[in-house]
Design a protein around this ligand. Structure first.
Ligand code: SF4
Length: 450
């Protein structure tokens, strides 16, 4: 019997990947996508612990789901299994079941492959399940094959977990130790995704460039080598990877940027701060100059490489001079895109015990940084006006007859084009670059291209 599943996904691309895999796991049990929670027999909140007040937002969402479940039951539409997954589940599972005892299951990112058993238990009314272990059997070995219809641009998790223990971050506690999937399993999943229509693969990992999976000869394979192997896969047009740590930016990986045409000239390489003092307090284990040297090497390998980064402002103990170091670094590097946040403490992390910066100071610093970063992004985008870019057309745009694609540099590109060109790379003449996107026209209009 067909049942409906709604997954509410928060946070990073790894959660997007995990949500897709959960939907695939539940398909043999009859679950198909629901358009909204009130139409769903099961709702999974796939949560993120990075943002401020993450757990409070989960509890508010759970309260709304409880009301929705009651309305469904009152209307005779059946019950609703409520599940909490992801990093908040991992970090605060017991608290969730204590404060929201109506939740049927709580499970962490390393346990979602056991979802069919957990659903069976919930369907029997056997009580709430808390599954926040780090099971010994590799999760990926028990996941089903990828669905036959892939997104044009698909995620492929190659590595999970983190051993870096940056002092502000919960990931090492919620996702566990670094684990790299074997090369053969990754190549097989890539093959399935490409057979299903994917043309671009983004390799995911919390520390993706720490990848060291087992190769066919039993020896470890680096991310640079993995990229070279994947680039041979039939049907693959584009490769990306995220998220990287500067410490793991090896010469082998840097040279791949110059040597592998499928590897797109865009890299998210978080630096967090331009101050050596703050980088040390963050336990990043590199200096601002180390980062500058890595960027120089990357640009020597691929001169048009566009960079993105994460920044935290108002980290405990950050002085005005430390913040100016960040502004200087941003000015020197020049970013195509960036994510910047005010520091907010995560319970249980070392930085949470540090000397807090007052909110107005953080606000003022964040505003200054964002003005600089937004200006760099707008300038970067405006510089493409008049140029022709290869754009991978991914999906319908908001306007009739419009498609949205991606440039090699990760910009969203809006272009008038027929739907049958989705999944193909088109030459697009850029007419204008905006703050966050580009607009252009097809160089080869449809009649001539067919
Ligand atoms: S490297 Fe990234 S995931 Fe790992 S602890 Fe640092 S910020 Fe968190």
């Amino acid at each position: 019997m067909t049942k409906k599943l709604f997954i509410s996904t928060h946070g990073c691309q790894m959660n997007v990947y995990d949500s897709d895999r959960m939907a695939e796991l539940l398909r043999p049990l009859g679950y198909r996508p629901a358009a909204a929670p009130d139409d769903a027999d099961m709702v999974i909140l796939n949560t993120c612990h990075i943002r401020e007040k993450a757990s409070e937002k989960v509890f508010s969402e759970l309260g709304r789901l409880r009301a929705t479940r009651r309305e469904r039951e009152a209307a005779g539409n059946g019950g609703m299994i409520i599940a909490v997954a992801g990093c908040v589940a991992q970090a605060e599972g017991e608290e969730i079941l204590r404060r929201a005892p109506y939740v049927d299951m709580v499970f962490g990112p390393q346990a979602y492959h056991q979802l069919p058993e957990m659903v069976a238990r919930a369907s029997r009314g056997a009580g709430a399940t808390l599954n926040t272990d780090f099971p010994t059997e590799p999760k990926f070995d028990t996941l089903p094959a990828r669905a036959a219809d892939s997104a044009v641009s698909a995620f492929l998790t190659v590595q999970e977990g983190c051993d870096k223990f940056c002092s502000f971050c919960v990931v090492p506690y919620t996702r566990g130790a670094e684990y790299s999937r074997p090369v053969a399993a990754i190549l097989e999943e890539a093959r399935q995704l490409l057979a299903g229509g994917a043309r671009e693969l983004t390799l995911l990992g919390q520390n993706v460039n720490a990848y060291h999976g087992e190769g066919p000869d039993g020896r470890p394979v680096t991310l640079g080598r993995l990229i070279r192997l994947l680039a041979e896969a039939p049907g693959l047009e584009r490769l990306r990877y995220t998220t990287s740590h500067p410490l793991e930016m090896t010469d082998d990986l840097i040279s791949a940027h110059g040597e592998v045409p499928a590897l797109m000239p865009y890299l998210h390489l978080p630096v967090q701060s331009g101050s050596d003092r703050i980088l040390a307090a963050m336990n990043r284990r590199h200096s601002a100059d180390d980062y500058r040297r890595i960027v120089d090497k990357l640009r020597a390998a691929r001169s048009d490489l566009a960079l993105s980064s994460d920044f935290i402002v108002g980290f405990p103990g950050e002085t005005a001079a430390d913040f100016e170091d960040t502004m200087t670094l941003v000015g020197e590097i020049g970013y195509a895109q960036a994510y910047s946040f005010k520091y907010s403490p995560r319970p249980g992390t070392p930085a949470a015990a540090g000397e807090m910066i007052e909110e107005p100071v953080k606000d003022e610093r964040l505003q200054r940084l964002q003005v600089l970063l937004n200006g760099q992004q707008a300038d970067f985008n405006a510089g493409f006006a008049g140029r022709v870019l290869p754009v991978l057309l991914e999906r319908d745009g908001r306007q009739t007859g419009q498609l949205v694609g991606r440039s090699p540099y990760m910009q969203s590109v809006f272009v008038e084009a027929p739907r049958h060109r989705i999944g193909r790379v088109a030459e697009v003449r850029i007419e204008a670059g905006f703050g966050r996107s580009l607009k252009g026209v097809l160089v080869t209009p449809d009649a001539a291209a067919a």
